[in-house]
Design a protein around this ligand. Structure first.
Ligand SMILES: Cc1cc2nc3c(=O)[nH]c(=O)nc-3n(C[C@H](O)[C@H](O)[C@H](O)COP(=O)(O)OP(=O)(O)OC[C@H]3O[C@@H](n4cnc5c(N)ncnc54)[C@H](O)[C@@H]3O)c2cc1C
Length: 331
């Protein structure tokens, strides 16, 4: 069992968030002989903690769970304890610019602490919205944990080939996902709006064109509220509806968007966001200031929080890119 790290007065780099991107950034910084504070709420808040079977990760031809991959990355970082102070579970509440860099305030062991660094890397990721049944999010967990219900088209679209799929959602994002799933040639696709009217609140002309696209591609819409799930033993996604009906699918696909994009800290720092809510960076992952359009010196954003693809190889690549740039430019 590793001991508690000691908080130093200053670090070269403070990494906010220790998922795939933050862990890789801390490892790379340590290999480049820099001191790092890695501040993480805990792996169970990583988006991939609930990804049971990932097949695009080099070195794992049979696939790997997000849980296992995080464990491997944590083990690699822990080999560099002389350079990396790994504070977890630690929750960062604010990041402020100072004359010499940044002050990062966090809660750890029931106390408030400040880690100061010349460079800060934001790597807090994003969090999926989970379907609620009867006001609770846990009913769907067993199906999600067995990858019978998926959340990410670029991650798991391959697993929908030849299967019947229920897409959960009712807005423009859900309809676009239902249409995009057709690329993977499923047996069938249905949209379950869970008591909402289809495309409610979506402005014209998007509303009409999306409704027309659904009709043209013959995608049925089921509007009744979902009241429960079954079929886990048969590895099926069975849905019970409030109108007393029941339907069974081979896969579910949750298309409800994000519960949070962790925008409070980047917003307070004056970062620019793209129309989808991601932090805008230059190609070296330096955050762009909304007011000037120029990079904010010493501030980087990597992984899912940054505008790019929400994938682990991208989280690693952006982390490497940011740290190597910081090494050459600010450190
Ligand atoms: C069901 C599912 C399946 C997926 N399958 C694949 C796949 O097959 N292949 C693939 O490449 N990708 C897959 N992904 C995407 C992948 O999980 C993400 O791209 C990846 O986790 C992004 O890494 P990240 O470090 O940016 O964010 P995360 O891994 O989400 O990590 C963010 C970290 O920030 C921490 N944090 C957040 N806020 C704070 C705070 N205030 N203070 C301190 N710490 C904080 C959290 O504790 C967390 O550890 C999948 C995702 C899901 C949901």
């Amino acid at each position: 069992m590793p001991g508690f790290p000691r908080l130093q007065e200053r670090y070269d780099i403070v990494v906010v968030g220790g998922g795939h991107a933050g862990l890789q950034a801390a490892l790379k910084a340590a290999l480049l002989q820099h001191s790092v504070a890695l501040l993480d709420r805990g792996p169970k808040y990583s988006r991939s903690y609930y990804a049971p079977h990932m097949v695009n990760i080099p070195g794992f031809p049979e696939g790997v769970s997000g849980h296992h991959l995080l464990d491997q990355q944590i083990a690699a970082v822990r080999k560099h304890e002389e350079r990396v102070g790994y504070f977890t579970p630690a929750t960062v509440s604010s990041v402020a610019r100072e004359a010499e860099g940044f002050a990062v305030t966090f809660e750890w062991l029931k106390n408030t602490h400040v880690a100061r660094g010349k460079v800060v890397l934001l790597a807090m990721g994003v969090v999926d919205r989970i379907p609620e049944v009867g006001g609770k999010i846990d009913p769907i967990f067993p199906w999600a944990n067995q990858a019978i219900v998926d959340f990410c088209l670029v991650c798991d679209g391959w697993d929908l080939v030849g299967r019947s799929v229920a897409v959960l959602g009712h807005d423009a994002y859900a309809v676009r996902n239902a249409l995009d799933i057709l690329h993977f040639r499923p047996k069938s696709v249905e949209l379950l709006t869970h008591g909402h009217s289809l495309l409610e609140g979506v402005p014209e002309p998007d509303r009409s064109s999306l409704a027309a696209a659904l009709e043209e591609r013959s995608i049925p819409v089921v509007t009744s509220e979902m009241v429960g799930f079954d079929g886990i033993r048969e590895k099926a996604f069975g849905v019970r509806f409030a109108d007393g009906s029941h339907r069974t699918y081979e896969r579910g696909f949750s298309a409800l968007g994000w519960y949070t994009m962790h925008d409070a800290i980047p917003r307070a720092l004056g970062c620019r966001f793209d129309p989808d809510g991601y932090v805008v960076t230059d190609e070296d992952c330096r955050v762009i200031a909304d007011a000037t359009g120029e990079p904010i010196p010493g501030l980087y954003c990597v992984g899912d929080q940054r505008n790019g693809w929400n994938q682990i190889p991208e989280a690693w690549a952006t982390a490497e890119r940011a740290v190597v740039h910081a090494w050459g430019f600010y450190l």
